[in-house]
Write a protein that binds this ligand. Structure first.
Ligand SMILES: [Zn+2]
Length: 282
């Protein structure tokens, strides 16, 4: 998956690191990021114009430090669409771009205190914004969402999103509502998108997904009851059962959805589902 960097450690802890000429500068323009012509790297700090006072420390990957910058597009660089970065750039660059975009949006959307309307300020100690007028604190917001691989015998439930290309296949997915456990989100999303019920909900892995400011939590689950698909909301995607032998998908090393489909295609439900544990009685 995108965050699985082979030989380098990602460190998101905030520090008061000083900018160096060879640090990377992340510049965003809408859904685009500044990269060199081959989309292989970001500008270095010594390549961008403007004061370094406005730089914001983001994170490090290995020895490489990344800062958020607000500057014109440097010479020799171009605005690259985030979607292109995800699929074309080296993995650590794509992960840095996604995570940097999430932080960039968070800083941008919290310039003003939502409680009293004053300008917020950045803490020098941690990743936090505070309001000097009313004392309100703002920490980065992460939206949890589930990805669900629903298994029925030797078939997997795939969905097609209405606003995506016709060949695009996905799993049931959706954001957790306030007040819900993630298992409840799994049951609700499967019900809303397909009218199906599930059991044996089993955690798989999670994936930070900066492109949508979310943390994806992957589950497999077994069908419970009828296998007739009947979406509960007309606006939702279509869904269909695909026998394991007909799952035509290759491993992309980027998204957890892809990994979950490929894993089922290769190994079936072996080891993916556990029986429901008896309730804990305390
Ligand atoms: Zn305030």
């Amino acid at each position: 998956m995108l965050q699985e960097l082979t030989d380098q450690v990602f460190n998101s802890q905030y520090t008061a690191a000083l900018p160096r000429d060879d640090s990377f500068a992340l510049l965003f323009e809408g859904d685009h990021i500044a990269m060199d012509q081959t989309a292989n790297r970001f500008p270095r700090l010594d390549e961008i114009q403007g004061s370094r006072d406005s730089l914001v420390y983001l994170f490090s990957i290995g020895e490489t430090v990344f800062f958020l910058a607000d500057a014109p597009l440097p010479p020799g660089m171009r605005w690259v669409e985030m979607r292109e970065v995800r699929f074309e750039a080296p993995r650590e660059m794509a992960f840095a771009a996604a995570t940097g975009q999430q932080l960039s949006l968070w800083y941008k959307r919290n310039r003003i205190c939502g409680a009293c309307g004053e300008k917020t300020q950045q803490s020098s100690m941690e990743r936090m914004l505070f309001c000097p007028a009313c004392g309100q604190l703002y920490y980065p917001a992460i939206s949890p969402a589930v990805i669900v691989g629903v298994i029925h015998g030797d078939s997997l439930l795939l969905t097609r999103m209405k606003n995506r290309p016709a060949h695009h296949r996905a799993l049931v997915a959706g954001y957790a509502e306030i007040g819900e456990t993630l298992e409840e989100t799994v049951r609700r999303e499967v019900w809303e998108e397909t009218g199906l019920r599930v059991q044996d909900i089993t955690y798989y892995k999670s994936q930070p997904w900066g492109f949508s400011s979310s943390l994806l939590v992957g589950y497999y689950a077994r069908l419970s009851g009828s296998d007739v698909i009947n979406p509960q909301d007309e606006e939702l995607d279509s869904a269909f059962w695909v026998p394991r032998g007909e799952l035509d998908v290759s491993f992309d090393g980027i998204s957890m959805t892809n990994e979950m489909i490929v894993r089922f295609a290769k190994h079936g439900s072996d080891g993916l589902l556990r029986p429901e544990m008896p309730p804990f009685m305390g």
